[in-house]
Design a protein around this ligand. Structure first.
Ligand code: EPZ
Length: 423
């Protein structure tokens, strides 16, 4: 099992290229199931979840070609996907497999997808996905841990009014893809507004879909009989960019981030500026960050986009341990997303958890020790803590971080971090 060994205390200096967004590439790959033509995706990050999704699509009969070197371009052609299913052994390693459900039902009239099950940060149900597909005419059954969906008589899904009781990113993506091939009009109410939704809609429109309102809370889709091949460049990863902004800030260094999209980072940038961090847009797609001589505590509340992203909460907590004063962090999206706090406390942080709130007193000196990663973003926050801690930090279970960060130790080493992968 790989580990990351970090020697802390070195200010990071230099330029980092931000990769394509994992959470945009995953739905884009699933969208290839909607057509028998070739779909080409570029700027796809070379991370474990993408490899897993590629295996899943190949298991379903699609041809998936991925040249080895990042930045990765990928072509997918799903000519024959009848009777396709998403087996548990693949789904359990990547919840986003649920994104194949909507496209498969819309394309073939039936689908069998393993229920993803929970993960460290919460139960992560998919009830809203299933309810929405039922509202579009699918019959949904769950048995032996699988979702079985079928359109009666093998016909097409029919468009309709879908309103999400709760904002769900992949739920919105599943319905958007299903509606693209459904019969008639679909309105999606209380839709997620993340940039990854807009990026998926851009791809679907290139494939011939008729979509309006992506990026707002109401999306209208006029279903088509057929969709076609397309070429699409995946948007930059706003969470990777946010993570490197914190890396520059927490080490009191000076970093330049290239190939990013500042427009997707407004709430993250605003919050980091509140703590005294200097962030400037120095060129299109380029951000520069300089650590503050003195970091000041700030409160943060995670919210759906355009609010402060839950996927940046753990990284912000690492920064808060070095900020002067008390930071109150409220996690409104997931019920159990403070697992990183206990590991930071072992490094010397002063954090107390009260339900959905974490109260961080700083600054505290962190000292390196052995820590265990629990989930993707928690592991990123432990890397950040290790970069500022005195001495060496050994992070176990780094397969979590490999799911969503492309070559993180190479990128960090290239700007001066003392980090290496060990067995
Ligand atoms: C997406 O997960 C992201 N994953 C997550 O990123 C991200 O944290 C999350 O959105 C929130 O922004 C991908 O895009 C692949 P949700 P998703 O459905 O779609 C509840 C990462 O780090 N809910 O928006 O699964 C759910 O339990 C990952 O890259 C239901 O109750 O999140 C949660 O409390 C982690 N029923 C809330 O809604 C449902 O049917 C938001 O979940 C669906 C969701």
């Amino acid at each position: 099992m790989d580990k990351l060994l970090i020697e802390g205390g070195i200010p990071l200096e230099g330029s980092v290229r931000i990769s394509g967004a994992k959470n945009a590439a995953l739905p884009a790959m699933a969208a290839a199931l909607l057509t028998s033509d070739r779909v080409e995706l570029t700027n796809v990050p070379h991370v474990r979840d993408i490899i897993t999704m590629g295996k899943l699509l190949a298991h379903m009969g699609a041809i998936v070609e991925t040249p080895e070197l990042p930045p990765t371009s990928m072509t997918i052609q799903a000519e024959q996907v009848n009777g396709a299913e998403a087996p548990y052994e693949l789904v359990r390693t990547m919840r986003a497999s649920i994104l194949t459900l909507g496209p498969l039902v819309a394309r073939t009239g039936s689908a069998r997808v393993s229920l993803p099950g929970g993960c460290a940060i919460g139960a992560r149900p998919v009830d809203l996905h299933l309810k929405a597909l039922e509202q579009m005419g699918a019959e949904i059954g769950t048995s032996h841990g699988y979702v079985e969906a079928r359109v009666p008589g093998g016909g097409r899904l029919r468009g309709g009014n879908v309103f999400f009781d709760k904002i769900t990113v992949t739920g919105t993506e599943n319905v958007l893809m299903a509606a693209a091939l459904a019969e008639g009009e679909t309105t999606i109410g209380n839709a997620a507004q993340e940039p990854e939704i807009t990026d998926l809609a851009d791809l679907l429109i290139k494939m011939g879909a008729d979509i309006e309102g992506a990026g707002t809370s109401t999306i209208r889709v006029s279903g088509k009989e057929q969709l076609y091949g397309a070429t699409h460049r995946v948007i930059p990863d706003r969470i990777e960019a946010g993570t490197f902004l914190v890396a520059g800030a927490i080490t009191n260094g000076s970093l330049e981030l290239t190939y990013c999209e500042p427009e997707h980072l407004r709430s993250i940038i605003a919050k980091l500026r509140d703590t005294g961090v200097e962030i400037r847009e120095t060129a299109p797609g380029t951000l520069s960050v300089r650590g503050a001589r003195k970091l000041i505590a700030a409160d943060v509340r995670t919210e759906e986009y355009p609010g402060f992203a839950t996927d940046m909460q753990a990284q912000f907590m690492a920064l808060a341990t070095q900020a002067k004063g008390t930071s109150v962090i409220t996690e409104t999206i997931f019920e159990n997303r403070f697992l990183h706090a206990s590991e930071m406390i072992r490094m010397g942080a002063n954090i107390s958890i009260e339900g959905r709130r974490a109260v961080v007193h700083g600054p505290t000196e962190l000292s390196g020790t052995g820590v265990i990663a629990s989930d993707l973003r928690a592991s990123a926050s432990l890397v950040l803590a290790g970069l500022v801690a005195k001495g060496e930090t050994l992070i176990d279970r780094v397969y979590h971080i490999d799911r969503g960060y492309e070559r993180i130790e190479e990128k960090l080493s290239s700007v001066g971090a003392r980090i290496r992968r060990v067995q």
